[in-house]
Design a protein around this ligand. Structure first.
Ligand code: ATP
Length: 260
């Protein structure tokens, strides 16, 4: 029997996307696997294609070529009603929580929304839905926020609190994969550390699997068990996090380490 840690939850193969009029693909033949319970770090400088990859994985954008195996099904070419049952399985936390939350919805309403849109048919194992209020309370508790915040609006929260809410929204429907796209980029240093710690705690306690995208090698190293380095849309290096400083690293990885 395969151990839980070696179960592949996401298998991406040859994913390629070229924007109209661009000379080079924004992402070029990207392939990787993500195991259950693992954080896979994806690092590279601005413009290397990290967010394009995130949008393609979420099917916000279509890749031109390649496959995205999620739970054994290639979702890269599914659309409309055929894609819908798979949407719950992959969720994203964006870098700017202010843009990700509807300013007209209370925090409670924002938290319930993914469940109502995508989660009703899901078998939840960590959270239980007995009533809206009870479900919202559990989610706020999971991200260490007081339940009183449920009645507030996003502008009445700090940036760090808002990001906790977007994390709760992403994990509340228990996806197989959470893509974290620079989740701390808009926060101050203290909040950054607290959010990274919360994400690690949640990964361990809920068995979550992350693709953690960042230009910040130190944060990626702190969070991840394996690291992929991207340059100009391509993967140039990948290794276990404990081999970051090994001699055989790609020259570009060494360059990133030098500005670590
Ligand atoms: N909607 C778009 N239309 C055309 N080109 C785009 C679009 N989005 C991104 N690009 C181009 O694709 C390449 C990759 O951009 P992308 O935003 O994925 O990189 P990134 O690594 O996420 O950068 P950053 O860290 O600055 O967000 C860049 O050359 C960018 O200019």
């Amino acid at each position: 029997m395969r151990s839980q840690a070696s179960q592949v939850v996401l298998h991406v193969e040859q994913l390629t996307r070229t924007y109209a009029g661009a000379e080079h693909p924004a992402i070029n033949a990207i392939s990787f696997t993500l195991n259950r319970g693992e954080c896979l770090g994806l690092v590279g400088e601005s413009g290397c294609g990290k967010s394009t990859l995130a949008r393609c994985l979420l099917r916000i954008e279509d890749a031109d070529y390649g496959s995205i195996q999620l739970g054994g099904q290639d979702i890269a070419r599914l659309n409309g009603r055929r894609l819908r049952p798979h949407r719950r399985k992959i969720q994203i936390v964006f870098q700017n929580p202010s843009a990700a939350l509807n300013p007209k919805l209370t925090i409670g309403a924002s938290l319930i929304d993914p469940y109502e849109q995508l989660g009703r048919d899901a078998k939840l194992t960590h959270f239980t839905y007995t009533s809206k209020e009870a479900y919202i309370r559990q989610l706020l508790e999971a991200v260490e926020l007081p339940s009183e915040l449920a009645n507030r609006y996003p502008h009445e929260l700090s940036g760090g609190q808002r990001q906790r809410v977007t994390i709760a929204r992403a994990i509340g429907i228990e996806p197989d994969v959470v893509v974290l796209d620079e989740p701390t980029a808009s926060l101050d240093v203290i909040s950054q550390g607290a959010i990274l710690q919360l994400l690690t705690d949640l990964r361990i306690s809920l068995g979550l699997s992350y693709v953690f995208i960042s230009h910040d090698l130190a944060a990626v190293h702190r969070m991840s068990q394996r690291i992929i380095v991207m340059q100009s849309g391509q993967i140039v290096d990948q290794f276990g996090a404990d081999a970051l400083f090994a001699e055989e690293r790609h020259p570009y990885t060494k360059e990133l380490i030098s500005i670590f």
